[in-house]
Structures are given as C-alpha cells and as structure tokens.
Design a protein around this ligand. Structure first.
Ligand code: LRH
Length: 489
C-alpha cells in the first residue's frame, strides 16, 4: 500500500488528504481542512502564506498522530497565477498578493501599452486578463520597484510551498503556463517578453516537468514535526491541471471537463494550443496538462458569486444552510433575469448582491430581492454561460462534445449540475468531488512509478470513486432562456 500526502489549496479553503493506493484503487482520507481567504490590509489583498504553511504543518502532525508514519511523498497544488518572491538569502519578501487585488487592473493597462492582446495571446496561449501574473508583476514594479529589485527568485504559490518544505527552487510546468510569461512555442519562460517588461530572467526559477522529485523534506521540518523525511514532488502544481487528470474521462470519449469551485473551468484536452482569432475573441486560454498537452478552457466565474453573496447575508445576520439554499432555488420562479457572470464587475465587488442588482437594473431587467431570486439568477446564468462556452469549444476543436465531466466541490450543488445538463442539453457525469487532491496524488504516484500514465490513472479513478449522472431536461424553456441570455451578453 503506497501512501502520499496531497495538499490542495483553494481560494476558499485548503486541505490535506492522505491517499492510499493498493494497486487497484485509490482511497482518500481527509486529514485537515482550513479556511483560506485573501486578507485585506494597507489597501491590498494578500494571501496569509505564513498561516497557510502553519496549517499545512498542523495537517502533517495530525496525520502522524493518526499513525501514518510510512508516507512516501507530498505534493502541493493551488489556484493559478499568484507567486511569492525570495531574497538572495532565500527568505520570503513580504506576503504574496492575491490576483483579486485591484492593482492588477492598473497592471493590465500598463501591460497593454507594451504588448497587444493578440501578441500576448500568440506567445503564451493565455487569455489576456488582469488576473495573470504579468499584470501583477507590472503593478508591483510600478508601485514598489524596490521589492522587485530585492527579489532574487520568483516561485509560483505551489512551488513556493515546495521550497519551504524542501529548500528546492523550481517552477512546475502546469502552474507556469498560467502566468502569460511561459512561451508554449519555446516551452520555456519567454525571455523576449520578460525583457519587454524589465523582468530579470534569472528571477524566474527554472520550469520543471510535472512529477519532478525535488528531494526530501528539510531536516529542520523533519525535526520540528518529528517525522522521517518524505520526498517533495512537484506534481502538477495547478489545481485545474490536477482536476482534469482525475476526471474519469474514457479514452476516445468526446468529453468536455469542468472543474467546479470558486472558479469554474470548462474545457477540453487538446494536443496543441488553439491560438486563433476566435479563441482570442472568445476569451479562451491554453494551459498545460499533467501529461504535457494543453487544456483549452474558459476561466469562468463559478461559485464565487454564491460564496460572496452568502458572505454578505451572513454579515447581515441571515446566513443560510446548503439545504435551505437548495430549497430556495427549488421554490423560486425560473428564468426571471440573467447576468453575464464573467464581467469584471463581479471579480471582487464590495457587496455581491448589490452588484447583481445593479447589473439587472443597468440591463433593464427586474431586480432580484429575495435570496432565492439571487441564487436562481446566479445558477441559471452560470449554466447558460457554460452552454455558450461549450458551443465555442465545439467550434474551436471541430468536435462534438457529447458529455461533460464535472468535478470539484461545486458538484455538491445539485442545481449547478442539473442546470448545466439542461442548458447544454448534454449528459453530465458529476464526480469525484475531491478531483484536485486526487489528481495531485496521481501525479505523485506516476512519479513514484506506481501508475503508468493518465489513461491508467483515469481507469483507477473510475474504479475507486462514485459518480452521479444528470440527464438533460426541460429543453424548450432552456432554449428560450438561452436566446434571451445571448442577447444580453
Ligand atoms: C482555479 C484557478 C483557475 C485560475 C484561478 C486563478 O482555482 O486555478 O484555473 O487560474 O484559479
């Protein structure tokens, strides 16, 4: 029985899973879960990386106390685009910023003064968007040039944590492709682009392939946690790459994948990046997969809209449970109003429900007032947007996509799954929930020689976890709704 620790850090919580592989099946056990939200201070949003690391160590201690002493390795996957900077003595320079910080808007304006959206996309395959690493770096350079002058190494978030565990500085391929600074043609950091923005090449720690074994945990960590060293593996560092690796897509199946969390990423795996006028115009992105191919996908707003609405309701003293949320959606009249979930208005507003009301008012629709109306409006709009994305994915790849594999925490929202099936008129196969942790574990088990490749890994996932199928229903109503939604966006 092989055992590995998978740390999966999301933009609302982080967790440590112990994964056991008996040669046939994967067995996942949640060891530790902690909340993780950007912290607002001095007018900026930061990640509390020290607390995150502390919680990760707490997770290991818990696991050891539970008797898991023969764990082989650990790997970390996180959300994309963010990073930490290290000084020449290898110490962390400040708290990493969150991509939701406002500075990225100015950063994007600056970036676009130097490079056109088209050139940006042609080089990186990544949708020009203010959340990308390049915009953040630009903004930091403008606001506090001394920080970048002092920075000797830039490590993407999962790689920063790998470094804290192992002392090894390396950026992993899948997460590096989320930055806009990785050139998919060169298969390396884009030195010309870095020059354009005065970013020293040597600051960018080298890119290593998913599954690179970085080395054992540091002696100081082993001592602090009273543990035997384990191997630190740069599995797939990007949570979305992990999610795709762990969806039970069969070989030859005409399937789209959907990784459902704070963001929802809907896409297909392709052999080469799809970098065309259309993919640029429609806002698609090409990021790396665990097996060195590409994820052609759209970064869409996901459960963030609901999470942020619920946060406001909680502040107002009227929080709702998941069961109440389910009933409110069930009992609310459908198709009254829609939003385009992917406008920057919804990226980080102070008050999400108010922002939704504003949008409805500006677009001449009735304004939602009850919780049920907000929730229905969000969920229906998300599902309709996924149809929009799916149709364009079919056009871009020339393939008809017959089934959607959904995974991630978001699939616990049954309305999201059913509405997606209804809006797209495709069968939805939902599961597993913990796709990123499973993908993370698969990356480690491939690196350790326990699993041959992703095809074998997906068969193992299929044997190990249950899925739920949602068949499409109510076709005519969703068709009319889609026509209205299309006019709106
Ligand atoms: C989802 C995700 C997504 C984007 C965003 C910043 O967690 O990784 O793929 O990169 O975070």
């Amino acid at each position: 029985m092989k055992k590995v620790w998978a740390f999966d850090l999301g933009a609302s919580n982080g967790r440590l899973m112990l994964t056991k592989f008996d040669g046939e099946r994967l067995h996942l056990e949640e060891i530790h879960r902690f909340s993780n939200h950007p912290v607002f201070l001095t007018n900026h949003y930061y990640w509390d990386i020290l607390r995150i690391f502390q919680e990760m160590k707490k997770g290991i201690s818990k696991s050891l106390k539970m008797g898991h002493k023969d764990v082989e390795s650990l790997a970390v996957d996180t959300w994309g685009v963010d990073f930490g900077l290290l000084s020449s003595s290898g110490e962390l320079l400040g708290n990493p910023y969150s991509y939701r910080d406002n500075q990225t808007f100015q950063g994007m304006e600056g970036v676009l003064k130097k490079i056109s959206k088209k050139d940006w996309f042609l080089r990186s395959g990544v949708e020009p968007s203010q959340i990308n690493t390049i915009c953040q770096l630009y903004a930091i350079k403008e606001r506090q040039p001394d920080l970048l002058e002092r920075a000797e190494t830039l490590l993407m978030t999962p790689n920063l944590i790998n470094y804290l565990f192992s002392g090894e500085k390396a950026n992993e391929y899948t997460i590096s492709t989320s930055t806009s600074m990785y050139n998919f043609g060169l298969k390396d950091w884009d030195k010309e682009l870095l020059d354009m923005f005065d970013i020293p090449h040597k600051m960018m720690a080298p890119v290593v392939q998913p599954g690179t074994i970085l080395g054992p945990t540091l002696a100081s960590i082993n001592k602090e946690l009273s543990m035997d060293p384990v191997q630190v593996i740069a599995g797939a560092g990007h949570d979305t790459a992990c999610a795709l690796a762990a969806l039970p897509i069969k070989q030859g199946e005409q399937a789209a994948f959907m990784s459902c969390g704070t963001w929802i990423l809907l896409g297909v795996q392709v052999k080469e990046p799809v970098v065309t006028e259309d993919s640029l115009r429609w806002g698609f992105t090409n990021e790396g997969t665990m097996d060195g191919e590409y994820r052609l996908l759209k970064n869409s707003m996901g459960l963030w809209l609901i999470q942020q609405s619920k946060a406001i309701w909680e502040k107002e003293g009227s929080s709702i449970s998941y069961q109440e949320e389910y009933e409110l959606v069930r009992d609310t009249k459908p198709f009254q109003r829609f939003i385009n979930p992917d406008t920057t208005d919804f990226l980080n507003p102070e008050n999400m429900p108010k922002q939704i009301q504003q949008y409805c008012q500006d677009t001449g629709q009735t304004v939602p007032t009850t919780k049920g109306e907000f929730l229905r409006c969000i969920l229906e709009s998300l599902a309709l947007k996924y149809r929009w994305v799916l149709e364009r994915l079919e056009q871009l790849t020339g393939k008809s996509l017959e089934v959607i594999h959904m995974g991630g925490g978001g699939i616990q929202n049954e309305w999201l799954c059913q509405f997606t099936a209804n809006a797209t008129q495709r069968r939805v196969v939902a599961g597993p929930i913990e796709v990123s942790s499973i993908g993370n574990s698969i990356g480690q088990l491939i690196a350790l020689g326990q699993i041959k490749d992703l095809a074998e890994a997906r068969e193992i996932v299929e044997r190990s976890f249950t899925t739920k199928v949602y068949e499409p229903e109510n076709q005519p109503e969703w068709q009319t709704a889609y026509e209205r939604f299309n006019e709106l966006i």
